[in-house]
Structure formats: structure tokens, C-alpha cells
Design a protein around this ligand. Structure first.
Ligand SMILES: [Zn+2]
Length: 345
């Protein structure tokens, strides 16, 4: 990024402020000022997205034709996904991850939180794929990988006492603790909360009481609606109960889950959240950005924050007819409309 730049346009400054005509000055990658102007250039400015839940390594299993239960497909150690990962060498895994990161960079998603399988070696593969990508990753390892990464990403408390002990020692070291929970039923949600979770992934079948616990105890919830539908654990807007989560004050963030089944495309995820779950445009965008705040790297367009935004030239496509850029971005955005992304690690 240039040392000092000024970007003029209509910027989305969060759900309270909405869109404003501004000039944003960025110096050395940090937003120095945001000045409202009478008339800005014909350009939209939106905060970069943060994909709060990915499994990038299973890019190598993309769209394999398979049927079966959730366990048959993705549960460790014998699920189809894990068999394919075990058969794939380091180079091909890294190449798959690199290509998916590259896609996310092209779709305004330079930040993500990945559940990395494969222990210490698995973390090392993701790190090598990240080199030179410009992306900013939070890596949650397992099977020993949690000791050399940002924390632990547990498959489920149903795995047994070993993962609970690993979560406890990760917490003690100051690492981040995340669990898949409530994907198929509600049984592994309370044990995950009791184990000191910082974030639960899915909560597709969380009860009202469990959602209230998450809200009261400040536990973020990463929802991945498209994955839930594709894997057959959701078939309506009540699973995951996104509206209730928001109503109860949970910190809801958005993720895309396994690249094996779902493209890590946060624009599509936002559109699905809006269409199926009735999320407002602001809710869809804010949940797609909010993961960055959990990890202390806020993408919100605010003075003193790191510059992490992208611009859209509405005249490039039919977007020039939009009467509401916030709704348009939540509803029908895709990477081809992006003019430029401003982001520096
Ligand atoms: Zn997952």
C-alpha cells in the first residue's frame, strides 16, 4: 500500500452510521482521518470481510460425489474428508490452501479463522501456504497443533476427555478455544461452554437456554448456514436460530466451513443469511465483518484502525441502479464488482 492515500466515496461506517460521503486518509496502513464531504466520488467503500470458520485444507476434496451422514463425511478420524486428507501429500494440501486463500483475497476476505487438522505438521502446511499471500489468518490447531498456533479448534466434545484436557491447557497458555458444537443436536453445547470455549461453531440446534448462556458468558457463535443445509443438519430458518441469537445479544459471526462442500465466498454466505434467515442487510454485513473484532484486528472503518476496506465501482455493472448499496452488498455482491482492496498485514 502507498505510504499515504486518500480514498473518496460513500463508505459504510457500521449499522449505526450507515453510508456517508467521505474522504478516508490512510497513512502507513492506518486510517488517519474520515472526513464527511458534501459530495464524494461515485464509489462504494465497505469493510473487508472476515471468514470466521474455514477448513481450507479440504480444498483437495472439493465437490467429491459422496452421500452419507455428517459423521460419514467429516468426522475424524474415519470420515471421508479425513481419509482424503490422509492420502494427500504436503505439497498438494498447501497448493489447495493457497488457491482458496487466493480466492478469498479476490473476494475482499483477507482475514479468516481456520480449524487446521493434522497436528503440528498441519499447522506448518497452512503457514507455508500463507507466505506471500497477504492474508491474515488465525490458526486453530488440534492433536498437538494447538501448541504451535493461536489456539485449539476441537471437532466436538463428543470426542472424549482428551480434547477437553487439551482445551484446558490451551486456555491456560492464553490460547483461543473453539469447539464445533450443536451441529447435529444440542448435546455437545453445554460441555463446550463448561470447557471454557471462547467461540462455538454452528449452534445449529442450540436451545434458548444455551443461547442465553453464550450471550451471558460472552461466547461468540460462528454460524455457517450454507454448510448446515448442504450437510443436511438444517432445513429452515430456525436452525441455526440466527434471529434469536441476535435478539439475545450473542456475538454472531459468519463462516463458510468446509471448502470440500462450500466455496469460501462470504458474499454468497451473506446473501444466504439474508434470504433464508431474514437477516437485515446491516446484520448480514456486520456478522461477516465481526470476526475480525474477536481476534483484535477490527476491519471496521474507524479512525486509528488498520485500513481494511474494499471499493466498488458501481458503474462497472448494473449496480449503478442500486437505491441502497448496503442492501445490494448484502444481497448480490460478488468478487467481479470489486475495484480494489486496501489491506496490509
Ligand atoms: Zn467446521
Amino acid at each position: 500500500m502507498d505510504r499515504e492515500i486518500v480514498v473518496s466515496g460513500r463508505a459504510y461506517l457500521g449499522c449505526e452510521s450507515g453510508m456517508r460521503d467521505v474522504e478516508i486518509s490512510v497513512r502507513d496502513g492506518i486510517i488517519e482521518s474520515i472526513d464527511e464531504v458534501d459530495r464524494a466520488e461515485d464509489r462504494w467503500i465497505f469493510p473487508c470481510l472476515f471468514n470466521s470458520h474455514t477448513h481450507l485444507a479440504d480444498t483437495v476434496a472439493m465437490d467429491v460425489r459422496a452421500e452419507g451422514s455428517l459423521s460419514d463425511l467429516v468426522a475424524p478420524p474415519g470420515g471421508l474428508k479425513h481419509r482424503i486428507l490422509a492420502q494427500s501429500g504436503r505439497d498438494i494440501l498447501a497448493e489447495g490452501i493457497r488457491k482458496s486463500i487466493s480466492f478469498m483475497m479476490s473476494s475482499a476476505t483477507p482475514g479468516f479463522c481456520d480449524f487446521r487438522e493434522g497436528g503440528v505438521e498441519g499447522v506448518s502446511i497452512l503457514r507455508s501456504a500463507l507466505e506471500g499471500s497477504g492474508a491474515d489468518a488465525v490458526i486453530l490447531g488440534r492433536d498437538g497443533g494447538e501448541e504451535v498456533s493461536d489456539g485449539i479448534g476441537v471437532s466436538s466434545t463428543k470426542e472424549g476427555v482428551d480434547v477437553l484436557e487439551r482445551a484446558a491447557s490451551t486456555k491456560k497458555r492464553g490460547g483461543f478455544v473453539a469447539f464445533h458444537a450443536g451441529e447435529k443436536d444440542d448435546r455437545d453445547i453445554d460441555p463446550a461452554i463448561d470447557a471454557g470455549a471462547d467461540m462455538l461453531v454452528h449452534c445449529t440446534h442450540a436451545t434458548d437456554r444455551q443461547l442465553k448462556r453464550c450471550a451471558d458468558e460472552g461466547i461468540s457463535i460462528a454460524v455457517c448456514p450454507r454448510s448446515n443445509w448442504i450437510l443436511g443438519v438444517a432445513s429452515g430458518p430456525e436452525n441455526p436460530p440466527v434471529k434469536k441469537m441476535i435478539e439475545y445479544g450473542c456475538n454472531v459471526v459468519l463462516g463458510t466451513d468446509n471448502v470440500m462442500f462450500v466455496q469460501p465466498d462470504m458474499f454468497q454466505e451473506m446473501a444466504f443469511l439474508s434470504a433464508v434467515y431474514g437477516a437485515s442487510p446491516e446484520e448480514a454485513i456486520d456478522t461477516a465483518v465481526a470476526g475480525s473484532e474477536i481476534f483484535g484486528r477490527s476491519h471496521c472503518i474507524e479512525v486509528k484502525n488498520k485500513a481494511a476496506f474494499y471499493t466498488v465501482d458501481p458503474s462497472r455493472a448494473n449496480l449503478s441502479f442500486s437505491r441502497d448499496p448496503v442492501k445490494t452488498v448484502a444481497n448480490r455482491m460478488n468478487f467481479s464488482f470489486i475495484e480494489r482492496m486496501y489491506f496490509m498485514i
